[in-house]
Design a binder for this molecule. Sequence first.
Ligand SMILES: *[C@@H]1O[C@H](CO)[C@@H](O)[C@H](O)[C@H]1NC(C)=O
Ligand SMILES: *[C@@H]1O[C@H](CO)[C@@H](O)[C@H](O)[C@H]1NC(C)=O
Ligand SMILES: *[C@@H]1O[C@H](CO)[C@@H](O)[C@H](O)[C@H]1NC(C)=O
Length: 422
Amino acid sequence: MGKRLWLLLVVLVLGYGATMAIGFKGEKPKSGEGDVKQEWFLLPNSESVIKTDAGEMRVVRSHGGRIFEKLLHIGFIKMEPRTLFLPLYLDSNLILFIHAGQATVGLIYKDHMVERELKNGDVYQIPAGSTFYILNTEESQRLHIICSIDPSESLNMGTFQPFFIGEGTYPTSVLAGFGSETLSTAFNVSASKVSGILRKQQEGPIVYLTHSHGSSIWTKFLLLEQQDRLKHVKRMHKAPKSYNIYKKSPDFKNNYGWRTEVDGSEYKPLKNAGIGIFLVNLTAGSMLAPHLNPRATEYSIVLRGSGRVQVVYPNGTLAMDTYAKEGDMFWVPRYFPFCQIASKSEPFKFLGFTTSSHKNRPQFLVGANSLLHTLNNLELADAFGVSKKRIRRLINAQHESVILPLSSLTDDDDKKNKVFAF
Ligand SMILES: *[C@@H]1O[C@H](CO)[C@@H](O)[C@H](O)[C@H]1NC(C)=O
Ligand SMILES: *[C@@H]1O[C@H](CO)[C@@H](O)[C@H](O)[C@H]1NC(C)=O
Ligand SMILES: *[C@@H]1O[C@H](CO)[C@@H](O)[C@H](O)[C@H]1NC(C)=O
């Protein structure tokens, strides 16, 4: 057992080395000392993978998780009002989270095209290999989607591989690869008709619906009102349901913040995908107590505010202590103890994807519900080599659990160590 653990640790360390070698674009505030390890668990900046006038998709590739856990990339889709993300399928599973605006997602489901309206806080799965499109039909509101990209079924051709269906040269339709003779036979139309159609779409993967170039069959089709559009498709099949994370009452809530988690038992598609999703909102200065995830690695995106993230190695040394602000991302491997602390001037709200759809049951190391309380007092005293009375005084001083208030004691620490003055 001990030997295996060591091996794991060695693999882990080598893995981190590889991650470091890729290099981060360090834009975070640097501290005078100990900044070497600060960014190991911060994910690198996002890269643009699709960009047109009508919208953009950015992706943060993660390299770290694959050692003993599923790897997740994180995607950000921004679409201007009245735009369409052209039909495509991916070699990766997507879990969409609507961060702002509204979306109509069309999906081939059980051989029928179905549509689902999604709004702020909705979670929705798009399985690998399923053809889908995304519409923003709002007149003035931008659509902002955050998604997990799970490449475990992927072809390993880059971060993920899109296959566009639509007729065009940019993006190039997968159909184009067959050549006009094959297509002409397959479609039973003349070769000139085929090439005429394949040449039309040139505006990129995300297009405006209102453009005069709407000669594209897809744009025309999608410009129809939904009722009309769905007349053309079978209505018998209901689209898979979405799940609104804001409608669920938090799993934990006190005066200092809340935490909500959605797992596969609450939203079935997550079970199929093997992904969990959670949301945490800490009030200014509050701390999500030191804890660990016994079942999953988590990938978090700061949605609002800022705070400090601390991650600890199995051997009890600090692995990362850094400041994360809106848009920053960090990941924490399974079993690693960590905590998040909101900055004193603003709340700290973050969204996370986990690599398991089972109930996660984070284990808290500190606080009124902590492991230390659960363990037998006597054994604990022995473990720390102190008297029972002292240990009881230590673990009983904190009356709150899970999310802890700002302590007056931390002020002194901040003055001593100005690195994280925010
Ligand atoms: C192909 O089109 C022609 C003319 O429209 C039609 O007569 C023929 O039945 C079609 N063949 C197939 C296999 O659909
Ligand atoms: C998060 O917390 C802040 C401050 O406590 C509060 O203003 C905000 O409304 C909360 N957000 C949500 C979605 O509950
Ligand atoms: C603890 O583990 C980390 C990573 O495995 C290593 O870099 C560090 O040197 C270790 N510290 C001690 C004190 O063993």
